[in-house]
Design a protein around this ligand. Structure first.
Ligand code: B3K
Ligand code: ZN
Length: 881
């Protein structure tokens, strides 16, 4: 493991490398403790570079065996070598030469899961961002594009399957039980997209005929015996391939496309050219083991990685500062895909909920950074919600601003202009400027400036002048190392709504440019006047969440109620109700702190009942509306001096008030939605399950609730319903015999299915209350748990620290102490996973003073630990700064 060198990488320091590597030949002789890697690189000096320029190759913990140039051993005095760098001090004067480097690796001991490692006896690789340098010395940077040929040798009984990128070109027997196969990828690619898999895996095969009539062999490889669980992933893959042709005109380009599922993986999946490697959590699914959310995630991630083939692989990033060029854009593409496959309105609401839950706190805390950061110490810490989710929102805003047609023309231009290149954000913005003729220079600040902008909006109506006025003021809060902000171009979609929910026609508008229902906010303050409006309309703002901003709106509660019933934009309609709920929860929070019993507006409670039973609305929409803002969402809206226990109490009180008032309607509906036994993972069926399970949450708060949830658990015919019931029992009826029995039954049934056991860990890790830390600590000793497996760690420790507000922020700091110990233990094996866990403390400054002091102590004790990895030190120091 590399410890922190303290080096800061800066965007402005980018310069092209002196050398290029147009061809890379790799030979692997696989063995768990001593894998031999022979890399033969065709190296070219860039034109204009001095012959004396040394060739400096990156390494990370490598053991060097041999270096040759053009077949001759390099003299020791002509090189310097360390585990982390190989420098050829006197490269040949020829413009082009061949460099052979032999290294030896121990995949078995590789617990960081970067480079070449073994997961369940399967050899696999992870190279993004800088894992290739753990395999061989290389110019390990994304602007070095190379054509790879890879030969893999291994004992046939250990590794009957040998895969790499590109197309298979040769295979054969080597005697002594060994065999080999050779893969060639004709598309030049950066080293982070290299992949190798070798082992004994089951194969699910299918094929796809592309729009130009080429047949592509598709393979999904899983642990032998789990083949039947890969059917949904295969279906999602074929739908993704078709969709990219239809929506973006992008066709697949190799003869084969393979996906391998492994059980030890640092993140969701990886888009290696022609050989995607997946966390098995995002491949394996059936009704018995996967929830509807799992199915939706599998669909989205299969699509995401596949879409990278064009946005990421064919066009890659010049340097890691440009990460959002591939990630933000590819998230946008997978969002659009899911919206087309499912319900657009519901999908948008879910996206915004995720953005607010993950990106907003990042943007509003010490780890805030621009979508395109300007500096980093450890790039792995920049695979963030800001780069991904806000990055996607920025692409969505470009489409809003230039319009759908120019957006598609801009994308076509992007592929045409930059195919085969390592590009920048500037290149990306330029194609839309060229395709639309618009100036996006002010808009580009969305890439460069951190922080969530706020729009403060008030409205007035002058009946005599038949004029409606919106006063809009923008501000961007200061963020670390950016105290002064420039004014942004914010596309604010809106609607004026009159009696009966009809859109209000208006005449001339002045004060801002308004096009197709979008106000283009560019100045600090706009007074936008709409003429020809006789009666005061209700105004629906940031429709479809057209910009990732916060709003401070002076709006009458009557209008909010009106919009919650009548807004024609599904997102804004949901938003109106959600705002009413949030306001009520914040008021209740204040009452509780002031020692008062919270009370809730009757019409709000009634509206919950009305929405639940409104047959004109999709069940999935109704389920989303009924699910109360989360404790962390409420905390974010309150902003400071957070007491998680008071928030929890407020939320409980509102849930109970709704349950009591809506009992009959909810019970009737719950009965009507009963599971009839048939199962389909499609969005409509999932929506009905979501609504019924949402109703169960409310009904379980009433007398007889534990029995009802226990019956729901027993009679469940799929994992969605079973896990929902278990969660209700464990959370709402903690310690009851029903909860204890259900947890035991679940554990017994799924003891040998690690992915399902993750749900069991997750549910217990999120049980609110001060006892949670003891439960979690005890569960770390459970035989199904392992500190070395990222999925287990995230389910138990990740859930506890980031999704259990009352348990984690226990006032006596006990949970923080446990957390520090655990993070440091995980770090010894896997710094990347540890660093991600540590971000759970990023909002520490918004806690009330007692907890704040304890959280700070915890952060300091991590910072003071010895031999911290670059990954963890970077997170902890920025969090404390
Ligand atoms: N590109 C990978 C993420 C790699 C993370 C490296 N720390 C998966 C994805 O975004 O598709
Ligand atoms: Zn991605």
């Amino acid at each position: 493991m590399r410890t922190d060198t303290g080096q800061v990488f800066k965007l402005e320091d980018y310069r092209p490398s002196d050398y290029l590597i147009p061809e890379t030949n790799l030979e692997f002789r696989l063995s768990p403790q001593a894998t031999i890697v022979i890399a033969t690189l065709t190296v070219e000096r860039r034109h204009g570079v001095a012959v004396s320029a040394p060739l400096v190759l990156d390494g990370d913990g490598l053991s060097l065996k041999r270096v040759e140039i053009d077949g001759k051993k390099v003299k020791p005095s002509d090189l310097t070598a360390s585990p982390d760098q190989l420098t050829l001090l006197k490269p040949p004067s020829a413009h082009r030469f061949h460099l052979l480097v032999e290294t030896e690796l121990a995949p078995d001991g590789n617990e960081a899961l970067m480079g070449l490692y073994r997961s369940n006896n399967v050899y696999c690789t992870q190279c993004e961002a800088e894992g290739f340098r753990r395999i061989t010395y290389f110019l390990d940077r994304p602007d070095i594009l190379s054509v790879y040929t890879v030969r893999i040798e291994a004992p046939r009984h250990e590794a009957p399957l040998l895969l790499s990128n590109g197309n298979p070109v040769d295979k054969g027997d080597l005697g002594d039980g060994w065999h080999y196969s050779v893969w060639h990828d004709p598309f030049p690619k950066p080293s982070y997209l290299f992949a190798l898999v070798a082992g004994n895996l089951g194969r699910v095969a299918d094929s796809f005929v592309t729009m130009s009539g080429r047949k592509v062999e598709l393979g999904i490889y899983v642990e032998p015996g789990k083949e039947t669980l890969a059917g949904y992933a295969m279906d999602a893959l074929k739908r993704s391939m078709r969709w990219d042709e239809e929506a973006f005109g992008r066709e697949y380009d190799l003869d084969v496309f393979n996906i391998v599922a492994v059980s030890d993986f640092n993140m969701g999946a990886m888009e290696n050219k022609g050989l995607n490697i997946f966390n098995d959590k995002y491949v394996l699914a059936d009704r018995e083991t996967a929830t509807d959310a799992d199915f939706a995630n599998i669909e989205a991630i299969i699509a995401h990685e596949y879409f990278h083939n064009w946005t990421g692989n064919r066009i890659t990033c010049r340097d890691w500062f440009q990460l959002c060029l591939k990630e933000g854009l590819t998230v946008f593409r997978d969002h659009e895909f899911s919206a087309d496959q499912r319900s657009r309105g519901v999908k948008r609401i879910a996206e915004v909920r995720t953005l607010r839950a993950h990106q907003f706190p990042e943007d509003q805390g010490p780890l805030a950074h621009p979508v395109r950061p300007r500096r980093y110490r450890e790039i792995n810490n920049f695979y963030t919600a800001t780069v991904y989710e806000k990055g996607s929102e920025v692409v969505r805003m470009i489409r809003t601003i230039v319009g759908t047609e120019a957006f598609r023309a801009g994308m076509d231009l992007y592929f045409e202009r930059h195919d085969g290149e390592a590009a920048t954000i500037e290149d990306f913005i330029k194609v839309f400027e060229d395709a639309s003729g618009r100036d996006l220079s002010q808009f580009a600040l969305w890439y460069h400036q951190a922080g969530t902008p706020n729009l403060s909006i008030s409205s007035s109506h002058n009946p005599a002048a038949r004029e409606f006025t919106l006063e809009i003021e923008q501000s961007v809060p200061p963020t670390p190392s950016e105290s002064r902000k420039r004014l942004m171009h914010i596309p604010l979609a809106f609607g004026l709504i009159g009696a009966g929910g009809k859109p209000v026609e208006y005449g001339d508008v002045d004060g801002a440019s308004v096009e197709d229902g979008v106000i283009h906010v560019r100045k600090r303050r706009h007074v936008v006047r709409f003429s020809g409006i006789a009666e005061r309309p209700a105004v629906s703002l940031n429709r479809g969440f057209s910009a990732p901003v916060t709003l401070s709106v002076e709006q009458k509660a009557d209008d909010q109620f009106f919009l919650a019933r009548h807004d024609g934009d599904a997102f804004s309609r949901w938003q109106a109700f959600n705002t009413l709920l949030t306001d009520a929860l914040i008021a209740a929070f204040r009452d509780i702190l002031g020692g008062k019993q919270p009370a809730f507006p009757e019409r709000l409670i009634e509206l919950a009942g009305t929405i639940a039973s409104d047959e004109t609305l999709e069940p999935a929409y109704r389920a989303l509306a009924l699910s109360l803002p989360g404790e962390a969402d409420i905390a974010r809206d309150i902003g400071r001096n957070i007491d998680p226990d008071a928030i929890h109490a407020a939320r409980q009180a509102l849930a109970l008030a709704i349950a009591r008032a809506c009992r009959d309607a909810f019970a009737r509906l719950y009965g009507q939605l009963v599971d009839t036994g048939g199962f389909s993972p499609d969005a409509a069926s999932a929506g009905r399950r979501a609504l019924r399970n949402g109703l169960l949450e409310y009904l379980s708060l009433l007398p007889g609730g534990a029995a009802l949830a226990a019956e729901h658990f027993r009679s469940a015919t799929n994992m969605t319903d079973r896990a929902a019931a278990l969660s209700v029992l464990a959370h709402r009826h903690h310690g009851s015999s029903e909860a204890i029995e259900a947890l035991a039954a679940f554990e017994q049934t799924y003891a040998n299915d690690p992915l399902v056991m993750d749900k069991w860990f997750l549910i217990q890790a999120s049980v609110p209350g001060p006892q949670a830390v003891d439960t979690v600590r005890a569960l770390t000793a459970h035989r199904a748990f392992s500190m070395g497996n990222p999925n287990r760690v995230r389910s138990l420790i990740g859930t506890f620290s980031s999704a259990n507000q009352t348990g984690f922020h226990r006032p006596d700091g006990e949970a923080y102490r446990f957390f520090v110990q655990t993070v440091l233990e995980v770090e010894k094996r896997n710094p990347q996973v540890a660093a991600r866990l540590a971000t759970a403390l990023r909002s520490w400054r918004s806690l009330e003073p007692g907890r704040q002091a304890k959280a700070r102590e915890a952060l300091l004790s991590i910072a003071n630990a010895e031999n911290l990895s670059a990954d963890l030190r970077d997170i902890v120091e920025r969090t404390l700064a």
